[in-house]
Design a protein around this ligand. Structure first.
Ligand SMILES: Cc1cc2nc3c(=O)[nH]c(=O)nc-3n(C[C@H](O)[C@H](O)[C@H](O)COP(=O)(O)OP(=O)(O)OC[C@H]3O[C@@H](n4cnc5c(N)ncnc54)[C@H](O)[C@@H]3O)c2cc1C
Length: 369
């Protein structure tokens, strides 16, 4: 027996980028919405934090971009590809843009969206709350979730459940939606270091022993290192010499030598992300939808994961609003969301594979600048 029962038109599981934007857009449309988030707030270590021009346009359309900018973001002036110390290719902003991507800390993105959402009385976000199971009604429609909030059992009933709970989605699992994970032959080691004085806000890529090493300049004077390594190699790498491993990084960017050696003193300063991609067989059931990483996990290539999740929310919000107005929450009705987004996601996943297969080619083009 649950200790607390709540009700909303829509129950969004997961307060990441996809779930939070969806919650805001639904609340704006007058839909009562509860977001259930397992963590205690908006802090996230090592997540997708680069948005592209299309996502910027969506955030502007919903009058969120300026609010996020007030909290802090950073426009990237170019992407540079290095062979050793030499730049072999440079990507500059397109004619009508002033950046090649924008770094937005997830905490800034989420804080700004949640602050805007909280002006609506019919919006609520529950932190420290983990969904553990789904509720079905007599017709087999999903009708709510069981969760644990601060150690207490709670139950939230709703007309539609949205699983925006990331790559290991509990909602997807309990709705018996199959998903096949695809490996890509590499994992990524993440680390953060301070940027030196005068460090230009660019994204820098180097090719090291057959793998890509990326330096992403971040808001707040930080650099995020994303170092691709052979899949499953981290345990054996950790037994080796850290200084030797760091050599190619320092050789390509001698200006970072002191900072790297001061800030990466142990293998524990790296976090290993297992790279997988997936696309679930269906994204909808009666009374239920999955979005973002829960529906389709992308690889880090091209830094598009967060952009895909935000676009999902933008596309899904009007469909859910209409479904509620028309009192039709069937899988058949909700399928229009999947039809709209799945083809594009499949194309983007194919594009990621092609890029990963041709990493080495980019670095051997002799477009010296
Ligand atoms: C370590 C790491 C590094 C990454 N780096 C990059 C990158 O460099 N570039 C890039 O583009 N993408 C990257 N990604 C992917 C990117 O962060 C995601 O694509 C993006 O955040 C997806 O947004 P989302 O809202 O769908 O899911 P998420 O951001 O994963 O959000 C899901 C939310 O659901 C919550 N949740 C999960 N289970 C439950 C539950 N049972 N009950 C309640 N809440 C729950 C989680 O706490 C989380 O807040 C990375 C992901 C990870 C995990």
């Amino acid at each position: 027996m649950s200790n607390l029962n709540l009700h909303a038109d829509v129950c969004v599981v997961g307060g990441g980028p996809a779930g939070t934007l969806l919650g805001y857009l639904l609340a704006q449309n007058g839909v009562s919405t509860i977001i259930i988030e397992r963590t205690s707030g908006v802090s996230r270590e090592f997540r997708g934090e680069h948005i592209n021009g299309d996502t910027e346009a969506i955030l502007r359309e919903h009058e969120l971009f300026d609010k996020i900018e007030e909290l802090g973001l950073l426009r990237m002036s170019k992407v540079e590809y290095f062979a050793g110390k030499d730049i072999v290719k440079t990507i500059l902003p397109a004619n009508d843009e002033d950046h090649v991507g924008i770094h937005v800390p997830q905490s800034n993105l989420l804080s700004a969206i949640i602050k805007e959402s909280e002006q609506y009385n019919h919006f609520q976000i529950l932190y420290n709350s983990t969904v553990t199971g789904l509720i079905e009604d007599d017709n087999g429609f999903y009708a709510g979730v069981h969760a644990i909030k601060d150690g207490q059992e709670i139950e939230i009933t709703s007309k539609i459940i949205v699983g925006a709970d990331g790559r290991y989605s509990t909602v997807r699992k309990h709705a018996n939606i199959l998903t096949e994970q695809r490996k890509h032959g590499y994992d990524v080691l993440w680390a953060k270091i301070p940027a030196p004085q005068g460090w230009e806000p660019t994204t820098r890529m180097v090719f090291v022993d057959g793998h890509q090493l990326a330096l992403f300049t971040q808001t707040g004077g930080r650099i995020q290192i994303g170092w691709n390594i052979e899949e499953g190699a981290f345990p054996s790498l950790k037994k080796g010499d850290l200084q030797l491993f760091l050599e190619p990084l320092v050789n390509s960017f001698p200006e970072l030598e002191d900072i790297v050696l001061r800030n990466i003193q142990s293998w524990k300063d790296f976090v290993c992300l297992k790279v997988v991609s997936s696309c679930s067989e269906t994204w909808v059931k009666d009374g239920l939808v999955i979005i973002g990483d829960a529906a389709h996990t992308m690889t880090p290539t091209g830094a598009i994961g967060i952009n895909c999740g935000l676009l999902d929310a933008h596309v899904l919000a009007p469909i859910v609003t209409r479904a509620l107005l028309e009192n039709n929450t069937s899988a058949q009705y909700l399928k229009q969301f999947e039809k709209n987004r799945k083809v594009r996601i499949n194309e983007q996943q194919e594009m990621q594979i092609k890029k990963e297969e041709s990493f080495s080619e980019i670095f051997t083009q002799l477009e010296l600048v």
